[in-house]
Design a protein around this ligand. Structure first.
Ligand code: ADP
Length: 552
């Protein structure tokens, strides 16, 4: 027997219609790429997104067509994002930090028809324009006054593209809630990048889940600043969560350095923000060097890679800001777990709370997760046993765009029992706190046992004079692999091998101790700001450890 309730499709237009009607005068503030701070309301966002839909429709964009963006977080980027998706087209957010050849490959694979790009990226796209096979129109996210001279064909200023368009001509949401809404490619650290195709329903459900009280918990009175970009897995749902909750939204644009982020946090009275650890390292360095305080910030979500203990403690203890440690991935829309403490741990001693907060957190509603062995058998939740972390839920991918990497005849990539293999290795403790011990391909396999590179990095980063630390496995004749510690010193400092190893002593098992330490000027970061282990493994593929020579 079916229930007697209404059909009300979970489509993204409902989010901005709700914001317009109930929080119409709440602001979206942006540090524009052109320079000045720009302000507009949710009511204006709605109208201008409608104008985008109309302009797209008149340019021949139909439902299902891919509309690409190469842009920082801004009011215009949000207008395109909603304008394209709400009419049934697919917003394809491209990560500008990828190599130009990868951007061309992705745009061609997605068969993007039109590209909206920030001024910042015009030179980049001019260089690869000849390789872009399907893009017919280039809309530059600026006004006529700032329009550059460009060799891009059919280039138009965004403000001209939407000027004078009606604000009520296109019917939004007139399709099934399972219709594709957004496309985001994984960084492709292994093989070609793969596209994750979010649906309206998955995005709406994910935003509702992400904003539970023990998750982001954003209220109408909050001021939220997603420093995490919209091209990085939907800005972790914040571009949906803020209008849904009626929070004021602050977009940092292109400037993500410590001083610029600090300036906006204070001037706009931001209460909640989110980004990867590298952004927060830059902010904390700026605060300490200039003796600044955070006067309004209450919560900071940190994810994308593990939160270093130093960052966690500095925010919580020195600045009184609650850290929400988040884990997820592009294939999960992206949030899987968040680090809110259970009631029984709220008042635990500080060291115990920090220990729990360094874990990646507990599953949010809509995410089922477990750890399994190589045969897919579930492993115990004892906080000690490592296993492959697999997940299931309405905002978790079952396949990639155009069935890339399919494992089954129906095009899906799932395990036999319908779970998705995250590629992470983790423990889950009896209270449900999950801890990533490594990515499956980064785990160091020493004498048949696994060493977690992440655990060692998290400790090494707080050694004196260390700016960044990475650990990779290097071939060893006796043990198969042994850990090599790679250190990027702070500018002007010269930590030694002995100091770095002494810092680890007593904090990790003896047999986890790196066999050697090397110093590099810069540890390479990938397109989402994480340590590029692939590049490091390539650089050090022929490295001979002193212990390897001795064993031979
Ligand atoms: P995102 O775009 O959200 O960073 P990616 O798909 O690029 O997602 O990468 C996801 C991977 O990043 C995860 O599988 C995991 O290995 C790593 N990751 C994400 N968050 C964390 C975290 N809090 N701690 C450790 N690793 C993390």
């Amino acid at each position: 027997m079916l229930g007697g309730m209404q059909d009300w499709g979970l489509t993204l237009d409902k989010i901005i219609a709700h914001a317009r009607t109930n929080y119409g005068d709440r602001e979206i503030v942006t540090r524009s790429v052109e320079g000045p701070i720009h302000r507009q309301t949710y009511a204006a966002l709605y109208d201008r997104a409608q104008q985008v839909s109309h302009a797209l429709w008149q340019s021949g964009i139909a439902q299902g067509d891919r509309v690409a963006t190469l842009a920082w977080n801004s009011w215009r980027h949000m207008e395109v994002w909603y304008g394209a998706s709400c009419m049934g087209a697919v917003t394809h957010t491209i990560n500008p930090r990828l190599f130009p050849e990868q951007i061309a490959w992705i745009a061609n694979h997605a068969e993007d028809k039109i590209l909206f790009l920030d001024l910042t990226f015009v030179p980049l796209i001019e260089k690869i324009a000849g390789e872009l096979k399907t893009i017919r129109t280039f809309v530059i996210l600026t006004d006529a006054a700032h329009m550059p001279q460009t060799s891009l064909p059919n280039a138009v200023a965004y403000e001209d593209f939407i000027a004078g368009r009606p604000t009520n001509a296109i019917q939004w949401g007139a399709f099934d809630e399972n219709t594709a809404a957004g496309l985001c490619y994984t960084s492709g650290t292994t093989g070609d990048p793969k596209g994750v195709l979010y649906s309206h329903r998955s995005n709406v459900l994910h935003a509702l889940a992400a904003n539970q009280p023990d998750c982001f918990g954003v209220h109408a009175h909050d001021v939220v600043m997603p420093v995490v970009p919209m091209f990085h897995a939907n800005a972790w749902a914040i571009a949906f969560v803020a209008p849904m909750a009626g929070a004021k939204l602050v977009n940092p644009g292109a400037k993500l350095d410590g001083e610029s982020v600090y300036e906006l946090l204070e001037s706009e009275k931001v209460t909640m923000t989110a980004a990867v650890p590298t952004v927060w390292l830059m902010l904390l360095q700026f605060l300490q060097a200039n003796d600044k305080k955070l006067t309004t910030l209450k919560r900071v979500a940190i994810g994308g890679s593990a939160v270093p203990e130093k960052v966690l403690r500095t925010f919580e203890v020195d600045y009184g800001v609650d850290v929400i440690h988040a884990w997820g991935m592009t294939e999960m829309s992206p949030i899987g777990t968040l680090g809110a403490l259970l009631p029984k741990h709220q008042h635990a001693p500080i060291d115990e709370r920090m220990r729990l907060k360094l874990k990646q957190g507990r599953a949010v509603f809509t995410v089922e997760m477990k750890i399994v062995d190589d045969q897919g058998k579930e492993l115990p939740r004892d906080g000690k046993t490592f296993g492959r972390l697999v997940v299931k839920g309405p905002a978790v991918a079952k396949s990639y765009f155009k069935n890339a990497g399919a494992r089954r005849a129906d095009g899906t990539v799932l395990e036999e029992d319908g779970f998705f293999d995250t590629g992470d290795v983790a423990t889950i403790d009896p209270d449900g706190y999950m801890q990533i011990t490594d990515r499956a391909k980064d785990v160091i396999k020493s004498g048949g046992e696994w060493i977690s590179s992440i655990d060692i990095e998290n400790i090494a980063i707080s050694a004196p004079g260390v700016a960044c630390a990475a650990v990779i496995g290097v071939a060893h004749p006796k043990w198969d692999e042994r850990p090599l510690l790679i250190i990027e010193p702070k500018p002007g400092e010269q930590p030694t091998r002995e100091q770095c190893l002494a810092h680890l002593e007593g904090k990790i098992a003896k047999w986890w101790m790196p066999d050697d330490v090397v110093f590099v000027e810069k540890i390479p970061l990938g397109a989402t700001g994480k340590i590029n282990k692939l590049a490091l493994r390539e650089t050090f593929k022929d490295y001979v450890l002193p212990s390897a020579q001795a064993a031979e």
